[in-house]
Ligand binder design. Structure first.
Ligand code: XIL
Length: 329
């Protein structure tokens, strides 16, 4: 009988999966067998739960919360403040003009109060602020309506509002390209500036959207070391390992080749070995999906391309990658 991922890792960290209303049905057996945590892939984002100023729509988010509760899984909240998947109304007034700082912060507060308040004691951990660090070298924060209209301290305020709404929830800053040395250092500078101001932040989310040849194991190790040195908890929040090299833009594969699957398995193996080494810092590893029948990487970033980034195949059978992350026991 197959070992359950969450049992293999019970002395290390939680094993999570991002889910949506389709996959909680189509992947139900797999999810309940192997994972002890879930994140809503889209259904707790601003545009999903708060499409207009007066309207909150929690049906989908509630179904995911119910799925987690019914199956004894933890629930991560994703995400409160982001430049994407946030409706335009947030940033403008009735005649379409940009809102002032006070109005935007008041809207942010009421969103956070309502959403965090609704899942108080249910969502144990929130990605409060997502992706505010700029990728481009030499530039500090990402241009966004949040930044342009409210100024840099919208970040600290988001954490303060979230903490007030649920003082027991763990509050995370979450970002991608997190192992790139320059971006990593900018992320650390941000969280340290928050810590210096006594802002309630408890963790750093490493998204982990990786591929076959990057980031290198050395870069991942260095990033974990440096993030852990902030004293904050770490979680890998959105792990997937594309079967393509970073510069491989082929669109003709309808099945992954044996060679790609082999290389992916080696990579999963070495990466989870590294995660185990840092079990004092890493409290959860969440995949951005569960099995290869559904991944957001289909068509992204290369249109017309299928991907196979998980440790279970499209039929929910374990891949060589599953073997490599469980065979150490
Ligand atoms: C992605 C979802 O997986 C897609 O379904 C959606 O179309 C776009 O967002 N970083 C994040 C996640 O923090 O919220 C993103 O999720 C993937 C990148």
């Amino acid at each position: 009988k197959l070992l359950a991922l969450r049992s293999v890792y019970k002395d290390y960290f939680d094993i999570g999966a991002a889910v949506n209303l389709t996959t909680i049905e189509s992947q139900k057996e797999l999810l309940t067998a192997h994972y002890n945590s879930v994140t809503a892939e889209n259904d707790m984002k601003f545009e999903s739960v708060h499409p207009s100023e007066e309207a909150y729509t929690f049906e989908a988010a509630d179904k995911i919360a119910d799925f987690a509760a019914a199956n004894g899984m933890k629930l991560r909240g994703h995400t409160l403040v982001w430049h994407n998947q946030t409706p335009d109304w947030v940033f403008q007034n009735a005649n379409g003009a940009p809102v002032d700082r006070e109005t935007l912060l008041a809207r942010m507060k009421s969103h956070i109060d309502t959403v965090v308040g609704r899942y108080k004691g249910i969502v144990y951990c929130w990605d409060v602020v997502n992706e505010v660090i700029e990728d481009k070298s030499g530039v500090w924060l990402r241009e966004s309506k949040w930044l342009n209209l409210a100024g840099e301290d919208f970040i600290a305020k988001a954490f303060e509002y979230a903490h007030a709404a649920d003082p027991k929830a763990l509050l995370f800053y979450n970002d991608y390209n997190e192992c790139n040395p320059e971006k990593r250092d900018k992320i650390i500078r941000l969280v340290q500036s928050l810590q210096a101001k006594q802002v309630p932040i408890h963790g750093i989310g490493l998204q982990g959207h990786w591929n076959l040849n990057g980031p290198s194991l050395a870069e991942i190790r260095e990033a974990i070391e440096r993030y852990a040195a902030t004293g904050l908890k770490l979680q890998v929040t959105e792990l997937d390992i594309s079967v393509f090299d970073h510069d491989d833009k082929r669109t003709d594969l309808t099945e992954p080749t044996a060679d790609l699957l082999e290389r992916q398995a080696e990579r999963y193996g070495e990466i989870f070995e590294l995660f185990r080494e840092y079990k004092e810092a890493i409290t959860a590893v969440t995949f951005w999906g569960a099995a290869d029948d559904y991944t957001w990487l289909d068509n992204f970033p290369v249109r017309g391309r299928k991907n196979w980034p998980f440790v279970f195949d499209a039929k929910h059978e374990p891949k060589a990658s599953f073997g490599k992350i469980t065979d150490w026991q």
